[in-house]
Ligand binder design. Sequence first.
Ligand code: DAH
Length: 341
Amino acid sequence: MKEKIEAVLAEIEALQCKTEAEIEEARVRLLGKKGEITALFEEFRSVAPELKREFGQKLNQLKNAAAAKIEAIKETLATTSTASSSFDATMPGDPYLLGSRHPVSIVRKEIVDIFRKFGYDVAEGPEIEDDWHVFEALNFPPEHPAREMQDTFFISAGHPDPILLRTHTSSVQVRAMEKLPLPIRIVCPGRVFRNEAISARAHCIFHQVEGLYIDENVTFADLKQAILLFVREMFGADASIRMRPSYFPFTEPSAEVDVSCNICHGKGCNICKGTGWLEIMGCGMVDPNVLEASGIDSKKYSGFAFGMGVERIAMLKWQVKDLRNYFENDLRFLREFETVI
Ligand code: DAH
């Protein structure tokens, strides 16, 4: 019996397994119901009483050694099998990509938030419009040459009341004047459409934010102040503005607003084309004809309006040179704005 115990002990010491199945096979061979160690326990029954103590101890040691060896093999197999697979615990984790706002949305939100702070409400209107709201009520009579300034996409041309894609958000002014109680103080962000060839500087779809303030005794000085405050919030406290006389059918007088170049600070660079100024919006005092067309008494009320292109402001803010970047959804471009908001 002694030799048998030693033989099994040697077998346990030499035991090597490469797979789970081999471990199980060894366990059954040694410790199973018909296993070698179990058989030795059977044999132990017929051992002489004076030797029972010695063999009993030896057999128990043998059983424990087998169990311990099998456990140890299991453990090494578990660690080496993960190491030998493609899993590398030292590799850095995959970064979890966060979504981000589109740069146009970031700037639109910034513009709207500034005016909200000044007490303006947000108004929206339809993108598919009628001639009345886009042109007629804004003092563009039929055949007016100013209609040519905006290349319109018509859905039903030649119809007595053509349906079209709005060319500017000024149409929302008209809808607001028709239905809101006075005084009115709103900004209208929205998408607009023009039949233009797509280039670095023009696109057939872009975004505008329109502003409108109507009350008693609103003056051009109020307009200038509102725009200056906006520009300082948007471009920095040291920004200044200048206004150049302009023409829009719906405002009189009308002006084009320039902001001091935030890149060269007036010295002249290629962004401001050496002038030190960047054009950012159109504005003016709402033409009395426009107030009357929406049923507002132009003797009692006056107002100002302004309109700006969101992409244009975004281009100036981040010095994006090609407008098409905003519409191509190239992730390399969009990811540059991940940390902005
Ligand atoms: N609607 C004009 C455009 O799309 C922008 C504009 C200019 C809006 C002057 C205004 C304004 O409200 O007063 O070019």
